[in-house]
Each structure stands twice: as structure tokens, then as C-alpha cells.
Design a protein around this ligand. Sequence first.
Ligand code: 5AD
Ligand code: SF4
Length: 468
Amino acid sequence: MEQTKEDLSQQRAAMAVVRKMLEARYPDGKPLAYTHSYGCQQNVSDGEKIRGMLAEMGYDFTSQVEQADCIILNTCAVRENAEFRIYGNVGNLKKLKKANPNLIIGLCGCMMQQAHVAKKIRESYPYVDLIFGTHVFHLLPTMLQKRLQGQKHVEEITPQDGCIIEDLPIRRDGTIKAWLPVMYGCDNFCTYCIVPYVRGRERSRRPEKILEEVRSLASAGYKEIMLLGQNVNSYGKGLEEPIDFPELLRRVDAVEGDFRVRFMTSHPKDCTRDMIDTIARSKKLCHHIHLPVQSGSDRILRQMNRHYDTAAYLELIRYAKEQIPDLTLSSDIIVGFPGETYEDFCQTVQLIRQVEYDFLFTFIYSKRVGTKAAEMDDPVPAAEKSKWLRELLAVQSEIAQKRCESMVGSLQRVLVDSPGKKGPGWVGGKSDGNIAVEFPGDPSLEGQFVQVRVTQAHNWGVMGEIAE
Ligand code: 5AD
Ligand code: SF4
């Protein structure tokens, strides 16, 4: 269900009211907002809409939290470490609030969607003004209005799934790469994962809305569009028009313009040959697939509720490599899932060696309250899990080096996105395969595609020189 017109016009009205109130409160110049989004790209994308609304309400932005008149932290709940860091950061805001009682502090995102967290914030961090969950971040204007009108604490946390929120103002973080959500939520309930609880059921945006946004990004000069969803392969479920993810990819690929397209995340259980064929035949889709396997042990995959086994996964990889010879691959791996033995872990290492991923995102299992895995026995000590992780990283570093060596001599199309880490005279970017590339070049190349001949391999990426 899409957000209703009335709902959006109510927020627009609130934005106008807040703007007026802020103009009166800050007659000498615009108030400053500081925002930070923790965690995944979906959260960062929500954060861009929060910034869009703040800008429309009359805020300018600062990267110095001490200077801010309004601080919004968009939180992440996927692992405990992220939560600890956020509690620490919120604790540090107390002194800022003391120094500036007009300061407005808001917390939103996945952590706030958990009742026990919202309660803890309410009780232990009473100087937090606004608390809002993932399904209602578009209500920020009415919440700010209530706060400015004198309500001390404003909370909006609905346990209901959000509808789809279209047409919110947006202030994108970059000018070269753009995030574009195609769906929200997740229905998979992997046993370790909090996401289905905090982001609700899967819902897909209408393809017209997605294509409209792709066209507008292309004409604004964006060079890379990242399609986002927790499980993009189940895109289209529940939409009136019958459409699946490969079909969406074909339509995006057909949009005119000089840009490339990535997407994440694919779930191996729903990733089809049609999707792989679509990438192979496309013009704009990058030859890179992020296909999180999580574990190389069939026993653990069952415990994780992943709905595939290693044989099916490896067959998919075999097919993908056959159809797309220059394919690069990446994965997420969880080390130390409850009940995982060293033998299970060794099967993960073996699978990594078999697939030869270009890069990995690795995580030590983190217990999340409310998930099924939180109820499972977890006898392996943390120090042991860290040792396993180090072992895995050493293997991956070897594989990455080897994969990068295989690129030496090749031509890569690189989207330049940063000054090079090697210092002045160097620039950096990513190849179509998402491999880091550094080469001597002028900073004016930033935002452009450049053909680079690879000359040297490292385990973090490659170095080269301009080929044209
Ligand atoms: N502990 C560790 N890693 C997790 N992930 C999700 N939940 C957990 C957890 N409880 C990882 C998975 C997922 C990635 C985004 O985060 O690997 O693919
Ligand atoms: Fe979490 Fe699994 Fe959904 Fe990914 S697919 S968000 S790991 S439940």
C-alpha cells in the first residue's frame, strides 16, 4: 500500500509550519542539523530522505555535532556492536543538551523499532526529544512541530508495517552514486536476523516509480545507481502488475544515459538463472553479484533457515561464472553461529576457496533478542570465534590477492570517486566488478568513467594507468 496523498500533504503542511517557527527562533540565519545513519545502505537511503525533509523545513547541515541545533541519529540493530556504539554516542550528547537546551535530539531507525530499546532510551536517556521507528520516519515534520510547540517528548513507533512512502523530498549524500530502494522489509526470517522484526514484511515499489527515479538520476548526471532491497530477488510480490526482479532489471537497463547499475542483496534461494542471463545480456548492469552464502555447512544453513544447501549454491555460482566470464563475486559470512563447530567452520573456508570470492563481508555471530537463534545453545567462547574469523580472513586475503593478480594486464572501466589513497596525483574508484582501483590521474576525473590498464595487484584491489 502506498502512502496516501492526505498523509503526505499533512507532512507538507507540518514542514511549512516548522519552517516558519524556525525562522522566528533563528532570525540570524538557518539552524544547523547534524544527521548520521548507521548500518546498511537501506538506512543510509532513509537518512537521505530525513535530510531532504530537514532541508525543506529550513535546516542547513553541519558535520560538527557540537554545532548542531538538531541531531538525528538513524540507528542500526543488526549486530550488538552497532547498538553499543550508538548508546555510547547518545550518552555523549547529554552535555550538548545541557549546554544548549534548545537542541533537539531525535533517534530513529531499526533500534527504535524494538520496544525494549525504545523503553531503555526513554528511561535512561530522558534528554532525547524524538523517538521514531522505521515505518514512520516520514512523520518527522509533525513530530518536530509538536516538539517546537512545547511537547517535551514525542514518540512514534508503530508495530505495523509501513506502507510505501513515495515522493518525499530527498537530499542525496553524493553526486556520483545514488541509492535507490526498490523494496522494503524482509519475509525470510533467517534465524539470526533482526531485520524482519524491525523493517516489517516485504513490499515492493511500483516499477513506474523506480523507473521515474532512475531517469531523473541519469539526467542529473549520476553515474552509478544501486538498487536496494533486503532480498531483491523477491521483488514484485504483491504488486498489481505481474513483474519480477529480472524484468525490473531489463527495464532499468533500457533507460537511456551514461550510468551503470548495481543491486543488492540477492538471496541464493530466490536468485534465478533468468537473473544471471539478464546480467550477462545487459548493457548497464555491473558484472558483479553479491550473493551472501553465510555458511558453508549444510547443517548450519538449515539452522539458519536459509532454504538452500551448498550444492545448490555452488551450482548457481557455476552457472553464473559460465554465463558471465568476467563476473566478480562477494558474500556475507557469519562465523560462530550458535552450535557451529570447528568442522562446520572449516566447510565455510572450503566453500570460500571453491568459489574464490573477490571480497567478503565477515561477521561474528551476534545474538539478537527476539530472533530464533537467540534461543539456541551457543557454547563456543567468543575468543575461539575470533580465532576462526582471523583464520578465515587470512584465507580470503590470499584469494583476493590471487583474484587481483588475474586482473593484471586487463582493461577495466573505472568510475573515479575519490582522491587516491596514495596521495596527490592519484585518484581512486571502483571497476565495474566493484574492485578498488588506484591510478595516477587528475582530481578533475572524479565522477567520470576512465579506462584503466591494470599493472599491479594487491589484496585490497589493483593499481594501474589510464589506457586512453
Ligand atoms: N550476527 C552477525 N551477523 C549478522 N548479519 C545479520 N544478522 C546478524 C547477526 N545477528 C549479517 C548477515 C547479513 C549481513 C547484512 O549482516 O551476514 O547478510
Ligand atoms: Fe536478514 Fe535473512 Fe532477511 Fe537478509 S534475508 S535481511 S539475513 S532475514
